[in-house]
Design a protein around this ligand. Sequence first.
Ligand code: HDE
Length: 703
Amino acid sequence: MAKTTRQSSEKSVTIHDQKLTRGNGGELHQIADGDTEVLTTAQGGPVADDQNTLKIGERGPTLIEDFHFREKIFHFDHERIPERVVHARGYGAHGFFETYESLAAYTRADIFQRAGEKTPVFVRFSTVAGSKGSFDLARDVRGFAVKFYTQEGNWDLVGNNIPVFFIQDAIKFPDIIHSVKPEPDRAFPQAQSAHDNFWDFISLTPESMHMIMWVMSDRAIPRSFRFMQGFGVHTFRLVNAKDESTFVKFIWKPKLGMQSVVWNEAVKINGADPDFHRRDLWNAIQAGDFPEWELNLQLFDQKFADSFDFDVLDPTKLIPEEILPPVPVGRLVLDRMPDNFFAETEQVAFMTQNVPPGIDFSNDPLLQGRNFSYLDTQLKRLGSPNFTHIPINAPKCPFHHFQQDGHMAMRNPVGRVNYQPNSFGEGPRESPERGFRSFAEAEKGQKVRLRPESFADHYSQARQFFDSQTAPEQRHIAMALTFELSKVETVAIRERMVAHLLNIDEGLAETVADKLGMKELPKPADAAVAPRDDLEPSPALSIIENGPESFAGRKVGVLVSPGADASLLKKLQTAIEKEGAVVEVIALKVGGVEAADGSWIAAKHMIDGGPSVLFDSVALMLSEEGGERLTGEAAARDFVADAFAHCKFIAFTSGSIPLLRKAGVDPEADEGLIELEDPKAVAKFIESCRKLRLWSREMAVKL
Ligand code: HDE
């Protein structure tokens, strides 16, 4: 038996200016002095020892009487709440919405009455399929949920970064989600649609084809939450004080323009930084570079709805901006991160049915179904009907009702009267004037389970979306479909998908079939309505056509070696920062390098920890000797080869040429490689960076 050795007395140690005391077994205790708070139990009892359980003798059994230990472990055991069944992985921020002009002609919603009015908001971005701990750059739809704390109650605009959806009726939601989630017997793949079940369901669901074009496009691999659009998806209604209704579609447009990554890059980012998107939002907000979006409305009346090519209640269709131009009505600014992720981002409860007076629903069957689901899901996740008592969910305007009691009730009514009508003259009353009045739409018809015929054209807008993409974007769609279907083991599913693609674009179908190694093309899928070829392309649907005009908000990775030119680096850094972008330095050692002039260049990453996929552009600032040295480093060669393959702009010093060559990159290959020979080259580099990527290189690198 090991012998217990009791140390003679407790010793004091100082670690990072903190005075700690060593206990009997050498464990460290942080002991309160006059200035610090005393650690307590949740019941408020002061704690003497937080390092050791209560035992009989030093090496004896633990006592059940140890209430401090019991409470600590009990609480820990219950720390998790169920993750969201969809959109589990998310990241949120606080901010405000500023109304540009009064929209009183269209809506009596208080938030839209006064120009310049600022309304507090909380926004949560998310992926859909992956669980809470999955990686950020999955190929997936992104949630874009906004909670406006208006003066007349919370308004939740629970949207996505894609304006259409997979299904037309809410009853199919559990099926589509089951199909994309990990397969139930094997519990994989995580956060990926590239598997049999998903494509099996999709290939049997023609109404998904429009959405599939979006999900296979670069929209599903955004560079940042800050560079993506958001959409309310459904047609909603605005209702004015005279109870007149106008249909509306909601669109968020990022001030910094749109940007996505390429798939090969996404795969590598997931390994290098699974938190890429949340880190990006955190860093931008902490640096005071507050992301902004404009809220745009597409407003239309019944006459437009009747004349439009598709049913405005069908959530698999959009209204092209060229046909119905969106009107900017306000801006959203995110300027503060939550103090606590769990309290706010995890516990926030968005609900489509949270609409203030003046905003109303349409009969879109998906929206109608959502209005049921979101309330229900909060009870499961947050565990009590009192989830509105949690500060992030509570309205910020006065509220009065007779709801009471239940688990975790935090606000309890005072006084005798908890009902109405009552004759004691107490408590709140209804207000027909101020209160929510549903738009009095006339409805008639038989009770049926039927899909309207006006929802039956599943291919025309899918084709229009594909036709509206630039050549590189079309290539990306073909490559994404090929990649995803290559992971599908059942050949019949691949064939069924190609049969659908034939109804969208023959060239696309042929490319995918060829890349899948299919010997012959299947027959086109049966279409309930023949796909149209007369829809004009809509340039608004392309990311590349709607990129930013500046490089602001982006990031340059600068690889340095010992002996680098510190003054050139300074010039480059100043120019990049003037553009509103950020520089991060990468070196062989994270400590940094000594520059040619003897100064010290600090690095943020060591080369293995800072691959070029984390940056929008790169600069190689290597000395002659340093350049040679780095040719022997696999991570340095990957840094260059990836930046080139991902069509990034690359600035380089002459000392970097050996590394470029070793990575298989000809320094004169194209105009995206910019040698930093003179100060003018810095300006040229920045100007190039504004284009984000040199897409013309893509065919040469054949990603
Ligand atoms: Fe959701 N969705 N959804 N959804 N959804 C949820 O609610 C649901 C749909 C969206 O950051 C859940 O609180 C049904 C479309 C976002 O917390 C759940 C249907 C759009 C978020 C739910 C849809 C969305 C959710 C899970 C088909 C874009 C995350 C957790 C009828 C317009 C919100 C929760 C956040 C979350 C149900 C379809 C967006 C289960 C039944 C279409 C952004 O209630």
